[in-house]
Design a protein around this ligand. Structure first.
Ligand code: ADP
Length: 381
């Protein structure tokens, strides 16, 4: 268990900047997740921590040791990959103990460590089995046990659940949280799946183009996204975003207008964001309970998706004054029993306390919630 620090780490492959001046300070025992779209630099970052890739610039510290130039085996890390790569001809016991046997640990010590690790991943008594006799989830747990026996200071996991089916992935999410609690070890986890990041992590580092967009607890990223990228990436389904302009009395775009008071130095071109769960059909019980609803927006129901616990209603809004105006899509999450039909005309209100504003050009957040006085925070990235 140890603190993990990345200090201004950059990795270039020729002209490609895979990781761009990335700094992270991860507390001892913390579970942090690197999340972002494919190609954003997550794997390169975790491989630099593991020592599998050299950083072009910057340094990595584990505890009080600068490990930047140390070989992987001397860093005190253990890594679990997406492709589990167990030796098919070896028993589970031999697979888990492989690294310890290479390092000439005593037999009694090997058995003690393997037994403990197998208990932790709930594979006790399965040491004699061959990998082919295990399910996908069990094989992944063998890979995790193989990492546990090394007593690492830091666990590194690169998309370890990506090859599992959806049910097993959800199950393993809980297992990994339990494991983290039990081992009390620093974990750096990589995924492209924002739901995985949201559910497991103490903090998530949202990455795009090799740079950190926000490093914060999951709910902070959800409630107070620092910029348009985080707003669009975190949360499922994603936030509705409308490009428009700041007017004297609020926000205006072709299809969506919301009034609010603001200082005069708010940027002219702004983007308004509202999550599907913060938009309501006018007249519904939920809308009636809003203390600060926006003015109603006219829309027509385009597509309805029943999800069981909620219903997703895709709406088209357009500026009725302009005959040839393009329709803009607005997604609203409503209770599953809501009586609504395709092609029906409806009205939508937003919870103004949950409406976000961003500067369109830079993407930087201006405010989260329209009930407070809005003056742009120029320090935000
Ligand atoms: P992620 O894990 O987020 O999908 P990666 O860290 O694998 O992203 O890749 C980041 C960027 O670096 C991508 O543009 C990728 O094409 C590039 N890259 C990764 N590894 C190499 C390599 N060995 N050679 C050249 N480019 C690479």
């Amino acid at each position: 268990m140890a603190r993990l620090t990345l200090d201004h780490v950059t990795k270039r492959y020729g002209d490609v900047v895979a990781v761009d001046d990335l700094s992270l300070d991860i507390t001892d025992g913390e579970f942090i997740t690197l999340v972002g779209p494919s190609g954003c630099g997550k794997s390169t970052t975790i491989e630099i921590v593991a020592g599998l890739t050299d950083a072009t610039e910057g340094s990595v510290h584990i505890g009080d040791r600068n490990v930047t130039t140390l070989p992987p085996k001397d860093r005190g890390v253990a890594m679990v990959f997406q492709n589990i790569a167990l030796f098919p001809h070896m028993s589970v016991f031999k697979n888990v103990s492989f690294g310890l046997r290479l390092r000439d640990y005593e037999t009694a010590e090997i058995e003690r460590r393997v037994d403990r690790a197998m208990e932790i991943v709930q594979l006790g008594g399965m040491g004699d089995r061959k990998p082919e006799e295990l399910s996908g989830g069990q094989r992944q747990r063998v890979a995790i046990a193989r990492a546990i026996v090394r007593n690492p200071d830091v666990f590194l996991m690169d998309e370890p659940l990506a090859n599992l089916d959806a049910t097993l992935r959800t199950h393993m999410r809980t297992e990994l949280q339990r494991l983290h609690k039990q081992l009390d070890t620093t974990v750096m986890y990589v995924t492209h799946d924002q739901a995985e990041a949201m559910t497991m992590s103490d903090r998530i580092a949202v990455i795009n183009d090799g740079t950190i967009q926000q490093f914060a607890p999951p709910l902070t990223c959800y409630n107070e996204p620092r910029n348009l990228f985080v707003a669009g990436f975190i949360g499922s389904p994603g936030m509705n975003l409308f490009d428009g302009t700041a007017t004297a009395d609020g926000f205006n775009s072709a299809a969506v207008s919301v009034s609010f008071d603001h200082s005069s130095d708010i940027p002219h071109k702004i983007t308004l964001g509202v999550r599907p769960e913060d938009a309501y059909l006018a007249g519904s019980n939920r809308a009636e309970r809003l203390s600060a609803p926006s003015t109603a927006i006219n829309a027509v129901v385009d597509v309805i998706e029943p999800m069981g616990d909620e219903m997703l209603v895709y709406l088209l809004c357009s500026d009725e004054a302009a005959a040839d105006a393009e329709s803009v899509q607005l997604l609203v999450s409503v209770p599953p029993e809501t009586d609504v039909e395709v092609d029906e005309s409806v009205q939508v209100v937003f919870d103004r306390s949950r409406v976000h504003l961003f500067e369109t050009a830079s993407g930087a957040a201006i405010t989260h919630g329209l009930d407070t006085e809005i003056t742009p925070d120029t320090d935000r990235p």
